[in-house]
Design a protein around this ligand. Sequence first.
Ligand code: CA2
Length: 149
Amino acid sequence: MSATILLLSGPNLNLLGEREPDIYGTESLADHVATALAEAGRHGLGLEAFQSNYEGELIEAIHAARGNHDAIIINAGAFSHTSWAIHDALAAFEGKVVELHLSNPAAREPFRHTSVIAPVADGAIVGFGGLGYALAVDAAARLLTSSKH
Ligand code: CA2
C-alpha cells in the first residue's frame, strides 16, 4: 500500500486569495491543495487535506493521523506561534512532520519569529509562497524514502 500524507491547514487559511495578496499571494487554499495532490501523485503518495479554524479540530486530525498517515505537512497559521497543544499532538505522531508557511515568519513581526511547532517538526519550508506546497510534499516524500533504509 502506498504511503500517505496529511496536509493540515490552520486558522484563516480558508481566506487565502481573498485578502493580503501581497503577503500570501492570489491563489486559494484549494489551489494549494491541488498543487500538493499533483506533487504527491508524482511521488506515488496519497494525500488528504483538512483545514480548520479550531485548534481542537486540528489536534483531533493529528490524533486520527496516528497509524493512518505516514507524514503530516502542517501550516498551522497563527497557532504555529502559540499552540503548545498542537506541539504536544505532533510529538505523539510517529511519522514525519514538515512545517509549512507561505510567508517567511522570521522576516515579519516579532510575534511570528517563534514557532512552537518547530521543535517537533523534521524541518520547515517557509517563504516560498505557493511553491512551498510542492516543496513540502517533495521533502516529505524524500524523508519517507530515506526512513525506509
Ligand atoms: O505564512 C504563513 O503561511 C502563515 O502561517 C500564515 C498565517 C500567519 O499567522 C503565520 O504567521 C504565517 C496567517 C494566515 C492568514 O491568512 C489570511 C489569508 C487571507 C486573508 C487574511 C488572512
